[in-house]
Design a protein. Structure first.
Length: 228
């Protein structure tokens, strides 16, 4: 059964983190998509950034560094890279030296839609997500939780399908219900045998239905991992 919501002949957009978890000009969040390790952050103006989590100078993880306004600074030698194109723009140890033009961080397309930060590993210069991504989660729905599953993404998709969830190929989401609570599941293929499932619901925060969904999610995780 192939329940993959995104056609393989098109760029793949992955829901890697909640938009609210990244603060402009502040924190760096680690992420994964299809085995690619990511450094997720925002420039001072709030623009989403998704980079290969390795400094091109000495391969130190960018997540160990810091955001300085519109630049990401490596923790090792402090080399700074510009938001947007990843170009090296400053070497603090040699302030008078022009930064080498051939040193750039690897940058992926990153956009905010439906309360999530989506990353495209194919298009490096993607200014906008496909319009359907905005419909992945309806307005007014609430984030419930993210499940971390020690299972292959296809196993997770199959398990959702077996529970009556249907794949919305346009929006890249699975729609259904857990314990009669209407739910949308955004499945992230992080790396082999590691899948994240972001769960959203129309149930209000703190409600009995939301509590029911939290419990149902734990049961879902247990069932999938046990089957694997």
């Amino acid at each position: 059964m192939n329940t993959d919501p995104a056609p393989h002949d098109m760029p793949r957009w992955h829901p890697v983190a909640r938009s609210a978890d990244l603060r402009p000009g502040a924190n760096i969040v680690a992420g994964f998509a299809e085995g690619q390790e990511l450094a997720l952050w925002r420039s001072a103006d709030g623009a989403a950034q998704a980079w290969d989590n390795r400094c091109p100078h000495r391969s130190v993880r960018f997540t160990l560094g810091q955001v300085i306004e519109d630049r990401l600074a490596c923790a090792y030698h402090g080399w700074q890279y510009a938001a947007g194109n990843g170009q090296c723009v400053s070497i603090p140890a040699h302030p008078a030296m022009q930064a080498p033009r051939n040193v750039c961080a690897k940058v992926f397309g990153a956009v905010d839609a439906a309360g999530m930060l989506w990353v495209n590993l194919v298009a490096e210069d993607a200014s906008a997500a496909p319009p359907s991504l905005a419909d992945a989660v309806p307005t007014g729905w609430h984030f419930c939780r993210t499940l971390t599953l020690r299972a292959d993404a296809q196993e997770v998709r199959d398990a959702l399908a077996q529970r009556g969830f249907t794949a919305d190929a346009a929006a890249g989401a699975f729609r259904g219900a857990l314990e009669e609570v209407r739910t949308i599941a955004l499945v992230l293929d992080a790396q082999p045998q590691l899948t994240f499932v972001h769960l959203w619901t129309e149930a209000s925060r703190g409600s009995d239905a939301m509590k029911t969904l939290h419990a149902a999610a734990r049961n879902l995780r247990s069932a999938i991992e046990t089957q694997g």
